[in-house]
Write a protein of this length. Sequence first.
Length: 535
Amino acid sequence: MFTSKKKLLVQLKATSGKIKQETFDFNRIERFFLSSDKKDCHQIISDRTFNDLDMSEVFMFLDRTVSKVGQQLLYHGLRTIPHNNKRVERFEKIIQNLKQNPEIHDDILLELSSLNKKDAYNISALFLEKHIQKPRWFWIIPVLSLLSVSSVLISIFYPKVLVFLILLLAINFGFHYWNKINIYQYSSSIPQLLRLNQAAKKIATFKGLKDEHPGISESVGAINSIGIQMSLFKLEVKLQSEIGQAVEYLIELIKALFLIEPLILYNVLKELDSKRTQIQQVFEYVGEIDAAMSINFLRNDLPYFCFPTIVTNKKRISAEEIYHPLIYEFISNTIDLNEKSALLTGSNMSGKTTFIRTIGINTLTALTMNTCFARSFSTPILKIHSAIRISDDLLNEKSYYFEEVLAIKSLLEESSTGFDNLFLLDEMFKGTNTVERIASGKAVLTYLNKGNNIVFVATHDLELAELLKNSFALFHFTEVVRDGTILFDYKLKPGNLSNTNAIRILEINGYPADIIEDATKIANRIYKNKIGKGH
């Protein structure tokens, strides 16, 4: 036993803190997030914003948890911005304790590893979801069970009663196998709850970790009080995998005769229903320790990171050498917005949208994990909303433009809720003509920019930048065409884009000379007209 534990620890230490190579089952990972009570959250990150920021891929990079419980809690944390900094303070307190007591690190890894099976994803259902209800006719189950016990005892003295017992067994078998589907429904979650409770009980004995959740010992004790009955579910799983068929048949016969399973199942469910608060406390206790360890592992694996500075009652975002966590050979950028929003111009693939996502990701991790991918990062407490990745809804016969209209309308509604917001937009109203696109874009962005709201928007429309230059700080990304090759430096530069290479890129890609000449003449004429009208 000692050798196997030692071998497991070697494996855990070799993989802990590294990017996971496993498949991420988000349907199970998000189960706790979807069912949990979120009334204490400042914001629940919408599916649209989560997808726009590629947060599923970001989560796969951030996640260094050992247990499935910790993984679910970390995901929940990334999808919810809290009302206050208590969650962050708990994470930092755990991380600090682990640094001060490195001797407990290995023991924690071993305890968490017992919750690394996929069945552990189902624990949250025991305190968040409705349990199977006892049918009205269930009174007959204890009656039949009592009859079976009485018949066995009487048959010792009156063997003829065995005939009645066989008939009774046939009836009980029907109820026994009716209940099997209910047993299987809990055969994964309840054994995992037992493991969770054992892990919490052990972790609470480690130096400094009992105080993270006051009352954790009482909650562990409450679950322990029904541990013997819950062991039936653990035994069910064990019997299916470890014993011979003959013994299994004998045990099934005994359980069916006395209707042990339905009696215990509904009694356990009743107890679990009354102890939802304690189960959740144990779940969150273990999950938060794992999530905090994951954050610490992540920080140690980054080229550099910073703790965010949270500013109050200000319209300001400031970032020094900020980078996107998923880009290996990243190019960092620096920006300082004070009482203004940001409008970015530049060609496709020059870095506009990636930079907007970088700001969104860092703001989210700042407010949820107290960790930023930058040398320094300052932000107010903001609600984060986006309209970046929009597509046609063919099933509902909605055009691209109509989808844009609906997405941006939701941002307009959020801007008037009284909260400070971060709005992230890319190429507004692409589904309509140039004049109306610029006019609508200017009006919408001016509206979104009210109060302490901060807007980051990318556009190809240089005219839009000119219209908004008094209320938006202008930035641009550029590319260089050299020796027939397009080169991007991905560096954020101040001001509006002054020259473009769109026609030059057509030329180096072999477009006919007539097209290039014609396009150049038309472009020059349009630019001259705009300059003339401007003067």
